[in-house]
Design a binder for this molecule. Structure first.
Ligand SMILES: *Cc1c(COP(=O)(O)O)cnc(C)c1O
Length: 397
């Protein structure tokens, strides 16, 4: 293996000829996933039917899959659950957080946070008569005061890739007795995290981006061990009950992290995510983070060499300040991305003008990153993007 090779390309099934730089939006398909799902259907669901909940450990999957995720997220296994979508998980944690800080009137976030994070927090604030306060990214720490119940931020900005100083914000929040809830959608599986070391209270993560769990894969819920029994779940479902199969009328939360379960877990989706997580076996997050920095750096340098005067870097120049994706602005970014996709280089476009490229060191290698930069340079220098067919928009960009 040369130093520019992908760390585990053979664990993925990627169409020949495609340079896939969108693993930050939908991770590539692991080789093992189709066979695992087929086996689950034939040998578990079809054969053992409902007995599978016990016999094949289905009922514990939100916890057993979480345990495999623990080293990737830098958390303890008993602090994690795999369940719900990121948006729903966020609602669950924010609502529990504000309930744990009665009398405090503010949910604090940053402007231009990911839309679902803003919408979820705004809806919760409206429902409870609280205020959602959104400030500029670099003004969050100074906006934390004793009116704030919870601070909610996305660790790696989905547009620019800029990384918040998690430990620093947690420290300020803790001093003000505010809770913190981090969205790790663009960090999980991309950066080396240490949620306990950084004193995180709460976090959610996305299963279908760098974790390769498949479209709509379940999300992750993190609740620091010391907080778990202090928080009351607000979506009180039977799966979070201390004794779900007693079928009693009164709710009593399960001890520990299990109280944040709500309903019946999606077993097929959990099995697919388990295959995604297995693509990290034997590889440390420190290795992945280091390689990610090399790849993003090579991409930026090559693009700027080839067409630096025609695009503008919209990501931090310092590798330590960015996650595993890189964005450039171009006034006709949408059409440029369509032209790239036609040439089999797949990134994505974020309105109004961002070309976004994600780098997944498990399957991306240096050679394809350099080739992608050359194709981008070509398309931009020649104006190849300026054709009517590249201006038609689909529902998903
Ligand atoms: C991708 C992403 C989500 C996704 O939320 P879903 O509920 O899975 O659609 C949420 N937050 C951030 C910051 C994201 O990047």
């Amino acid at each position: 293996m040369s130093s520019g090779d992908a760390l585990a390309r053979e664990r993925f099934s990627i169409p020949q000829g495609v340079i896939y730089l969108d693993g930050n939006s939908l991770g590539a398909m692991p080789q093992a996933t189709p066979e695992r799902l087929r086996a689950l259907m034939r040998e578990e669901w079809r054969t053992d039917l409902i007995a599978s909940w016990n016999k094949h450990g289905w009922i514990d999957l939100p916890m057993t899959v979480a345990a495999k995720l623990a080293p990737i997220l830098g958390a303890k296994a008993n602090e994690l659950l795999v369940t719900d979508s990121t948006s729903v998980a966020l609602f669950k944690l924010l609502s529990s957080a504000v309930r744990a800080r009665p009398g405090r009137t503010t949910i604090l976030t940053q402007r231009r946070n990911f839309p679902t994070d803003l919408y979820v927090a705004q809806g919760l604030a409206d429902m409870l008569g609280l205020t959602l306060k959104a400030v500029a990214a670099d003004e969050v720490a100074e906006a934390i005061d004793d009116s704030v119940a919870v601070v909610t931020l996305t660790h790696v900005d989905y547009r620019s890739g800029a990384v918040h100083d998690m430990a620093a914000i947690n420290q300020v929040a803790r001093a003000a007795s505010a809770l913190t809830c981090w969205d790790l959608s663009h960090s999980a599986g991309a950066l080396a995290l240490d949620l306990n070391g950084a004193n995180c209270d709460l976090a959610v993560g996305c299963g279908y981006k760098y974790l390769n769990g498949g479209p709509g894969a379940p999300a992750t819920i993190f609740v620091a061990e010391a907080l778990q029994d202090q928080l009351s779940p607000s979506l009180q479902g039977w799966m979070g009950h201390s004794d779900p199969f007693a079928f009693v009328d009164d709710y009593a939360p399960a001890p520990g992290i299990a109280r944040f379960l709500t309903g019946t877990p999606s077993i097929l989706a959990l099995a697919a995510l388990e295959c995604g997580i297995a693509t990290f076996d034997g590889i440390t997050m420190a290795q992945i983070e280091a390689r990610s920095r090399d790849l993003t750096q090579r991409f930026i340098e090559t693009v700027e060499d080839l067409c630096g005067e025609l695009v503008t870097l919209a990501s931090p120049r310092d590798p330590a300040q960015r996650g595993s994706h890189v964005s450039f602005t171009h006034a006709d970014g949408y059409a440029v991305m369509q032209a790239l996709i036609e040439r089999q280089v797949i990134g994505d476009f974020r309105a109004p003008d961002l070309l976004r490229f994600g780098f997944a060191p498990l399957y991306n290698d240096e050679d394809e990153v350099i080739r992608a930069a050359h194709i981008l340079g070509d398309i931009i220098r020649t104006g190849e993007w300026d054709s009517p067919r590249f201006h038609e928009r689909g529902r998903v960009t």
